[in-house]
Design a protein. Structure first.
Length: 121
């Protein structure tokens, strides 16, 4: 069976979307995306908000970066993480924003991030 180029592209797009969903299937990564939807931040602030070690947060960030969901920007001695807005990610980001109404943990993370980021980044 011969598959047309447009069908091959459609399959690749679906595979990419499935991969993004798999990457965000981890609650910690969803919480990180939620915070990055509010503002770019550094690993140290994420460690404080999530109460996790720097190596553990850095590993999650590497997974998100490898999936093309985030990118980095250096400011002085800090590396800030931000979301990579792509066609595939936009729908997922919208779902996370909508989930804030139902998940108080998402709202609490943002409240903590705003307080902590001023102190550590």
């Amino acid at each position: 069976m011969v598959i047309s180029l447009s069908e091959q592209k459609a399959v690749r797009d679906l595979e990419r979307l499935a991969s993004l969903h798999k990457t965000l299937g981890d609650p910690v990564r969803l919480r990180i995306v939620n915070m990055l939807l509010e503002q770019p931040t550094c690993v140290k602030a994420l460690c404080e908000v999530l109460n996790m070690s720097q190596p553990r947060i850095s590993r999650h960030m590497a997974v998100l970066r490898g999936a093309g969901i985030i990118f980095t920007r250096r400011e002085g001695k800090f590396i800030f993480y931000n979301l990579e807005y792509t066609r595939e990610c936009d729908g997922i980001f919208s779902c996370v924003l909508n989930a804030r109404e139902n998940f108080s943990l998402f709202r609490e993370d943002i409240r903590k991030l705003k307080r902590v980021q001023k102190e550590v980044c």
